[in-house]
Design a binder for this molecule. Structure first.
Ligand SMILES: [Zn+2]
Length: 139
């Protein structure tokens, strides 16, 4: 993944700090999209309302990697419902890479990584510093 070094670091408070849960439908969509994008990465944007992630905006995966598209979305900070990102790791490892940590630090404050085989348990949430965060899955 290429990072555009010219993009200034955000100075405003990050949205998404109070996210505490994700709806099961949204979780299922991101896991299915991860499977459907194989062997490529899938990437998407998370929307939350009242602290609950209800929507995953799917970005088409490409050979170049989905995170380049995520970075373009990071230039749209005005919509407060956009709280973070989700992307897949076809390798199955769902720990953030160095590039992931740079993305997390720059944009949003809740980030999900889904790892192969993309079952209901093979994902992890992280905060903007890359620290694992527990969020609830709700119906
Ligand atoms: Zn990653």
């Amino acid at each position: 993944m290429k990072i555009n070094k010219k993009v200034p670091k955000r100075v405003r408070p990050k949205p998404g700090g109070s996210v505490r849960a994700i709806r099961k439908d949204a979780l299922r969509l991101m896991l299915e999209s991860s499977r459907g994008s194989l062997p490529n990465e899938f990437g998407g944007i998370l929307r939350a309302y009242d602290g609950i992630i209800t929507e995953v905006m799917v970005l088409p995966g490409t050979e170049q990697g989905a995170r380049a598209a995520l970075f373009r979305f990071s230039n749209l900070p005005s919509d407060r419902s956009v709280v973070g990102t989700v992307h897949s790791h076809p390798s199955g490892n769902y720990w953030p890479s160095g590039a992931d940590l740079e993305l997390f630090d720059r944009f949003g404050s809740i980030h999900l990584i889904c790892g192969h085989p993309f079952t209901i348990d093979s994902w992890q949430a992280y905060d903007g510093r890359g620290r694992p965060r527990r969020i609830e899955v709700i119906p």
